[in-house]
Each structure stands twice: as C-alpha cells, then as structure tokens.
Design a protein around this ligand. Sequence first.
Ligand SMILES: NC(=O)c1ccc[n+]([C@@H]2O[C@H](COP(=O)([O-])OP(=O)(O)OC[C@H]3O[C@@H](n4cnc5c(N)ncnc54)[C@H](OP(=O)(O)O)[C@@H]3O)[C@@H](O)[C@H]2O)c1
Length: 277
Amino acid sequence: MTQTVLITGATSGIGAEFARQFAARGCDLVLVARNGDALEGTAAALRGQWGVGVETIAADLLDDDGLERVLTRLRAEAPPTGPEAGPEPGPGPGPEAGERTAPRAVTVLVNNAGYGLVKPFADNPLEDEIRHLRIHVEVPLSLAHAALQSMRPRRTGTIINVASVAGFTPRGTYGAAKAAVISFSRWANITYGPEGIRVTAVCPGFVHTEFHQRMGARKADVPGPMWLDAGLVVREALRDTAAGKAVSIPSLRYKALTALARVAPPSVVARLAQRGR
Ligand SMILES: NC(=O)c1ccc[n+]([C@@H]2O[C@H](COP(=O)([O-])OP(=O)(O)OC[C@H]3O[C@@H](n4cnc5c(N)ncnc54)[C@H](OP(=O)(O)O)[C@@H]3O)[C@@H](O)[C@H]2O)c1
C-alpha cells in the first residue's frame, strides 16, 4: 500500500528532509507550512524528482482556521479501492477514470513544525511563551488525536513527533515542551502499539537548519562537532521508527551525552545545555 505522509514544517530543515526521504521511498506527501510559495517549490521539486503525489496546505498552525484545515485533511479518508472495496456501486454517474473521489487516508503523521525563543522565560511576553507552548505541544497533540481517530479503525499508522535532546535536560520552556512530547510519545507507543500504531519521539541535538537563524541565535557559539546533518537525523529516525522505538536519539555522540545527562547533577547539565536547543 502506498503510504501517505503528512509533514508539518516541511519547507525547511528537518521537515524538508523527512519529505525528501519519504518521497525517495515512493510515499505520497501532504506538506504543511505557512509560506505558500516555498511549499509549492518544495512540492514541485519532489514531484519532479520522485514522481510521487504531493498535496500542499499553506496554513499557520497557530491560527485556528489553519489548524482546522490540517485536522480536516487528517480526518479525510478515501473509500477503499481494489479487491477489498466490495461489490461495484449501483448505476448512476461514477467518478471519471483517474479521478480521485476523496483524498487518501494519512498513514504517517510527522509533527515537526516549530521554532525557538532566544530569550529565557521571564524575559519574553507571556503570549509569546504560550504560542511557543502551543506550536510544540498543543498542535502536535491535536494532530495526533485526529490521526489516531483514522488510524485506529485501520489498525495501522505511524506518528513521528520531532522533539529534541533538550527534552532530557533542564532547558527552559523549550526543554519542558519537548519533555512533554517525549513523555507522551513513550506512553502512546506502549498504548497504541498493540493496535498496530507506532509513535516515536525524535530527539536530535544541534542540526544545520534555519532554526537558529530564525530565532536570532549565533550558530558560531556551538562547536562544530556538536552539529548534525538533517539527512542523518531523518535516516536514524526512520530506522528507529521502523523498529518500533518510542525514542530516537540520532548519532552516538548525542546518545552518550543523553545517557550522561541522566546521571549528572541537574545544575551541571543545565549549565552545559545552556546554549542547546
Ligand atoms: N535545528 C535544530 O538544531 C533542532 C534540534 C532539535 C529539535 N529541533 C526541532 O525540529 C523541528 C524542525 O525545526 P528545524 O530545525 O527544521 O527548523 P526550520 O528549518 O526553521 O524549519 C521550521 C519549519 O516549520 C515551519 N513552521 C514554523 N512555524 C510554523 C507555523 N506556525 N505553522 C506552520 N508551519 C510552521 C516553517 O515554515 P514556514 O515558516 O513557512 O511556516 C519551516 O518549514 C522543530 O520542532 C524543532 O524544535 C530542531
């Protein structure tokens, strides 16, 4: 069965890499981001290179209407076709050959869209902190909830939540939000695994994307060996998801650092992680 993969934040960085790697596997895509031109450019490139179907939804996930349009797409489901479709429908005008009657059900959801705030909690307006919490926690939960309504009856599906190694350290509200996503993913993978649904939190360290530039942080402050390529992050994420792991920590470097963070005193970890995202 062709997979249909909905990816939020698919125009840049980790989300764009998920789109490339899923397209390379022959999956159809539904790409979500705010910038419609960037979305269309990404979609055209993927259609051209891989010949896969690519839908786009230009939507701000922090906007009620934008979120609702993505939720609606997750709830949409095509009637079955092929041998499992049952008897032919009765007489009357049917769909033209090649015409798709309804969008295909989303079989993989990648909750990835996000951004950072450069200042610490008390220095930001509360509304900015609440929007930041929404994009990293409320939006992924809303989309996962809608996806599960459609995946559970079919007893198959995959949800990938892009979290961060910051979720394992005292790292401000960003770390707290990512910790919530990791905890939820662990629970959901245990709970829905027996129903055929995998849930994985992907926890990268520093990745070369637009993230730091967009938040106004200096990339030069972070030592070179701490940086990962999005290609490696996504390859390891897909391998760990296929293996049914609830948590994927890409690279040996960050696996070791995360293990250390579990045993080191929180004050030491917080100091070391100060620049981490
Ligand atoms: N880069 C890192 O070092 C790193 C490390 C660990 C975890 N992460 C996590 O990885 C995820 C992806 O980040 P990235 O590094 O790939 O960042 P990025 O290159 O800045 O990409 C962010 C993507 O999210 C979209 N987006 C942002 N706000 C949105 C909104 N309100 N509604 C819809 N789409 C929105 C952006 O497109 P538009 O602007 O067009 O909407 C873009 O496609 C985030 O959850 C981040 O927390 C990043």
